[in-house]
Design a protein around this ligand. Sequence first.
Ligand SMILES: [Zn+2]
Ligand SMILES: [Zn+2]
Length: 198
Amino acid sequence: MNDVFAFGYAGRKLPTLVQNIKDADAVLVDIRSDPLHRPTWTRRNLEDAFGDRYVWAGDTLGNVLYRTTAIQLVDGVTGMELLLSIAEKHPVALMCVCERESECHRRVIVAELEKFGLRVFHHPPPARATTTASNEDTKQCPECRAWIIFPRKGGRAAADQDAHILREHPESYRRMWAIRATMRNEKWLGAEFVPEAR
Ligand SMILES: [Zn+2]
Ligand SMILES: [Zn+2]
């Protein structure tokens, strides 16, 4: 199964998203009940921009009660079947308008997908990093799937990945070092290493 990227398009730019979807070889699944009234983000515009990488699923995964704060999917079972069948072949970009997941009906869809063991990221699929030099290569962050550029020579890939994880995912960084420390038979005490006396 491929990864799922769940997000709202509020504040985002359409051309950037088109590039991200292409780079990730993803399918954009629009879960708005009413995809008509927003300029730029109408169903028609999205069909033109994404071609067959766009699926409107508001007829199953839309929120019947979208004018309220309550959530009731139109036909959640059929919608889930659709998402799982797409995820077999492509990463799924699950898109609504809402910026915050806590205020969006996608949170119940995301919870269902996680029950099926799919990994869900809470941002659009990242665009593939473009390297400028022939001695550069790219690597995808295991935490957020962002692309990291690193020099091909000199063994810097691990260091660059560490730097990204430290900056973007400090919790994981601490966990990672705790694991490494354990492996080295050292004790991890809060912020610093304390090598165990041998
Ligand atoms: Zn929403
Ligand atoms: Zn990351």
